[in-house]
Write a protein that binds this ligand. Structure first.
Ligand SMILES: Cc1cc2nc3c(=O)[nH]c(=O)nc-3n(C[C@H](O)[C@H](O)[C@H](O)COP(=O)(O)OP(=O)(O)OC[C@H]3O[C@@H](n4cnc5c(N)ncnc54)[C@H](O)[C@@H]3O)c2cc1C
Ligand SMILES: NC(=O)c1ccc[n+]([C@@H]2O[C@H](COP(=O)([O-])OP(=O)(O)OC[C@H]3O[C@@H](n4cnc5c(N)ncnc54)[C@H](OP(=O)(O)O)[C@@H]3O)[C@@H](O)[C@H]2O)c1
Length: 248
């Protein structure tokens, strides 16, 4: 049965003036799978205002972690942005969600496509040893407005060092030129083959699985592009190549 647990913030990371991560300790939070989300809330006047957030930490970490952004006129995200070390929050147990490796068939290539805070579940998945056993090659494509919106670069860079030829990272920046990144939006850069050419990996129905997370318009446009390339949505009862989680 789902229940609220008390949690305390132990660390806050500001990636820039709007994008931030919160780490919190939450005694007795049950085991979860990399890629799952839970509800995080703030208690106010006897009520809990809550929203779903993906867990960024790997399952065996000491603390839970989320990444968020204060969305304009957003009720909860603007309040989370004010929180600091020592503040109390509520966390729903257990975590839930199907953007997890046990739901995605094995294949040669795993493509992880994220925009904005949608990178969170993929950071958790990249820290899970299972992903490196199940897929021969993994590519993280991470779309943001500006270069300073790219979070978790130290972790991603470590992955590149540790996993060598098994991992590629493609930052995609839409609103400025960025050295080392592609300029534009993910669906267009997939349709033109620019991303596939950069990492020299195939993206097709025969040997690829694709996981998408973040902005629902990016997800829809990318699914359209992937469908035109012969890939189709993965369902338990009808295996395919595309698994996704929309944030709104
Ligand atoms: C399964 C799931 C997992 C999620 N995980 C995360 C997460 O890890 N990190 C995170 O920041 N958000 C995540 N979200 C979105 C999150 O639950 C909230 O909707 C968001 O923080 C805004 O909450 P709010 O109360 O401030 O505004 P709301 O009133 O809930 O949202 C207002 C509007 O803000 C926009 N919006 C919502 N979320 C985002 C976002 N992340 N980036 C840009 N625009 C957005 C949408 O247009 C939405 O209609 C997730 C949503 C779902 C369904
Ligand atoms: N990023 C900032 O500088 C900033 C600053 C303050 C507050 N915020 C708030 O933070 C919230 C989230 O911003 P965010 O930048 O994390 O998320 P976002 O708006 O979802 O943008 C992330 C990336 O997704 C791309 N994208 C948007 N729609 C797409 C589509 N249909 N197809 C393909 N790609 C698409 C964006 O490209 P485009 O650039 O082309 O849209 C951008 O590269 C917003 O509510 C914003 O008000 C952001």
């Amino acid at each position: 049965m789902a229940k609220w647990l008390n949690a305390k913030i132990v660390k806050r990371t500001d990636w820039n003036d709007h994008l931030f991560s919160l780490s919190f300790e939450c005694a007795d939070f049950p085991d979860f799978k990399a890629g799952q989300f839970t509800k995080v809330g703030i208690e106010q006047n006897g009520q809990i205002i809550s929203r779903p957030y993906s867990l960024v930490n790997p399952p065996l970490a000491n603390h839970l972690e989320i990444i968020a952004v204060p969305v304009q006129e957003g009720l909860l995200s603007t309040q989370l942005h004010q929180l600091n070390h020592g503040d109390n929050i509520k966390v729903m147990a257990p975590a839930t969600g199907f953007l997890t490796l046990d739901e995605v068939p094995a294949s040669n290539n795993l493509w992880l496509l994220a925009t904005g805070t949608g990178v969170g579940p993929f950071i958790s998945i990249l820290a899970d040893p299972l992903v490196w056993q199940k897929y021969q090659h993994i590519t993280l494509v991470y779309g943001v407005r500006y270069e300073h919106d790219l979070a978790y670069l130290p972790l991603i860079n470590n992955c590149m060092k540790d996993k060598g030829n098994q991992f590629n990272f493609v930052p995609v920046v839409s609103r400025e030129n960025s050295p080392g990144g592609l300029r534009g939006r993910i669906p267009e850069l997939l349709a033109s083959g620019v991303i596939q050419a950069q990492v020299k990996q195939s993206l097709n129905a025969q040997d690829s699985q694709v996981m998408l997370c973040g902005n629902p318009d990016m997800i829809q446009s990318s699914v359209n592009v992937l469908t035109a390339m012969g890939l189709r949505k993965h369902l338990r009862r009808s295996p395919g190549n595309i698994s996704m989680e929309r944030y709104w």
